[in-house]
Write a protein that binds this ligand. Sequence first.
Ligand code: CA2
Length: 143
Amino acid sequence: MKFLVLNGPNLNLLGEREPDIYGAATLADVEAECAALAGDLGCSVEFRQSNHEGGLVDALHDVRHTHQGVVINAGAYTHTSIAIRDAISGISPPVIELHVSNTHARDGFRHVSMIGGVCLGVIQGFGTAGYPLAIRALHTHLT
Ligand code: CA2
C-alpha cells in the first residue's frame, strides 16, 4: 500500500518559525518518522508539498490510480478552497484531513473547513505527531 502525504502553503517552513504553534520538527523530520512507521506497517509513503492551490489539486489527481490513501494538510487553503474539496471528491482513495494545531482553538476563520465533509476523517491538535497517527488510521481503515 502506498500513501501520499500532501502539505500545503507555508508548511515547508515547519520547524523554522512559530514553534509554539507548530513545534520544532521540520517537514523532513516528519517524513523520516512517517517513512519508518510505514516500513513497520509494510507500506510506503510519498511526501509532497506545494504553496499553490493548483499544485495541490494536481497532486491529488496524480495519485488517483497509484496510491491507496492520502493525508492532506491543506494549510490555509483548508478554509477557502472549493477546488481542493472537489479534487478530493473526484478521487477514490480515502483522504484524511490533518492539522498540526487545533484550528478550533484559534481564529474564527480557521473554524471552517471546506474539505472536512469529503474526507474520511480529521486529525488535528496533536502537533506533528498527528502525521504518523494519520498513517496508522489509513492503514487500519484499509486492512
Ligand atoms: O495547524 C495546521 O496544520 C494548519 O493547517 C497550518 C496552516 C494554517 O493556516 C491552518 O489554519 C492550520 C498554516 C501553516 C503555516 O505553517 C508554518 C509553519 C511554520 C512557520 C510558519 C508557518
